[in-house]
Design a protein around this ligand. Structure first.
Ligand SMILES: Cc1ncc(COP(=O)(O)O)c(C=O)c1O
Length: 380
């Protein structure tokens, strides 16, 4: 379909049900399908690990909004990551990851894939010459990108990294969770695969855990689909349905997330207890120019550092009321957290450890004046 983003989000993969005309894909709570004779699959379905119509609808919609050839839906973002890495890497291969990658991604590499024989190096992805120098010719198989990163909101140049990866015969994988496909389209910038924790902005309502992969080429999509079925970490039909419902409103939600985040940033910049605000929309952010080039707007995630160190940062998190103290992000409700002790605790003591005075906000879509009042009170 050659349509705009919001049209694809509402319609791609979601034609009216052929039997009833239901305008929303039904939840096909079914494990197996009656066959039209041995080997005669009706519409291609035989067993729901291999394919399920509700999951197919989500997979087609996610592929359409990312502009890819094939979308695949998983039980979680990490399940998607694991399936991708086991499909494209072999023991002996090498991967570059951001030096401030999401803690769970770092743990997957350090505790699961490295013992399996895949080595990795964290690099500052914002520095293209550092990336080029870290590539090991012949063995670097993947450059793994997050932009903006979680939780430091660093920005990497997707097109520049795609060039480096492809010159080295490696794949460029972009975890697009923080930006969402509405704000950033990595495949159009040269990435080979996009990864999502659909738990976040795509689902958007903090009511479902899920993951997705979108491949630029049909060939790679086919390989990933083979591994999706072989490994089996698929999204269940109800989870797929909830995620698809969230995806329909992604565009309008992201606009409001961005509006509210910009106002929150203004408040933080003027607050004397805040020593630094990390937001790619700020002109003095080191990645601002690149972000402005590759993102539609700058997103709903804001991090900041608090005067007084770790205890002061924890206190701000504990005092917030409307900003709910919790992990995760990207839902309609605003969340606050202390990455050092919460989402990124698994990176403690590693090169990816985050500053102790850091607070991360996932700015929701509530009435902005209420959010600003709550944050002012939490900051004291
Ligand atoms: C950037 C990023 N990637 C991947 C994941 C993992 O996704 P999930 O929690 O759905 O497994 C997360 C989770 O917070 C994340 O923030």
């Amino acid at each position: 379909m050659n349509h705009g983003f919001e049209t694809l989000a509402v319609h791609a993969g979601q034609e009216a049900d052929p039997h009833t005309g239901a305008v929303v894909p039904p939840i096909y709570a079914v494990s197996t399908y009656k066959q039209d004779g041995v080997g005669g699959l009706r519409a291609g379905y035989e067993y729901s690990r291999s394919a399920n119509p509700t999951r197919t609808a989500l997979e087609e919609a996610v592929a359409a909004v990312e502009g890819g050839a094939r979308g695949l839906a998983f039980a979680s973002g990490l399940a998607a990551e694991d399936t991708l890495l086991r499909a494209v890497c072999r023991p002996g291969d090498h991967v570059l990851i951001p030096d401030d990658a999401y803690g769970g991604t770092y743990r997957l590499f350090s505790r699961v894939l490295e013992p399996w024989g895949v080595s990795f190096d964290p690099v500052p992805l914002g520095d293209l010459s550092a990336v080029r120098a870290a590539v090991r010719s012949g063995s670097t198989r993947v450059i793994w990108v997050e932009t903006p990163t979680n939780p430091l909101l660093n920005v990497a140049d997707i097109a520049g990294l795609a060039q480096i990866a492809h010159d080295a015969g490696a794949l460029l994988v972009v975890d697009n969770t923080f930006a969402s496909p509405y704000l950033q389209q990595p495949l159009a910038l040269g990435a080979d695969v996009v990864v999502h924790s659909t738990t976040k902005y795509v689902g958007g309502h903090s009511d479902v855990v899920g993951g997705a992969l979108v491949a630029r080429s049909a060939d790679l999509g086919e390989r990933l689909a083979y591994h999706q079925n072989a490994i089996g970490a698929v999204a269940g039909p109800f989870d797929a349905w909830l995620t698809l419902r969230g995806l329909k409103t992604l565009g309008v939600r992201m606009e409001r997330h961005c509006d509210n985040a910009e106002r929150v940033v203004d408040l933080l910049l003027s607050h004397k207890r805040v020593t630094q605000v990390l937001y790619p929309g700020l002109p003095d952010h080191p990645g601002h120019e690149v972000a402005a080039k590759q993102m539609r707007r700058f997103g709903g995630m804001v991090s900041f550092r608090v005067a007084g160190g770790e205890e002061a940062a924890v206190e701000v998190c504990n005092r917030a009321r409307l900003f709910t103290l919790g992990e995760s992000l990207g839902g309609v409700e605003s969340l606050i957290e202390h990455p050092g002790r919460m989402t990124h605790a698994s990176a403690a003591g590693s090169p990816l450890e985050v500053p102790a005075d850091l607070v991360r906000l996932s700015v929701g879509i509530e009435t902005i004046d209420d959010l600003l009042t709550d944050l002012s009170e939490a900051l004291g």
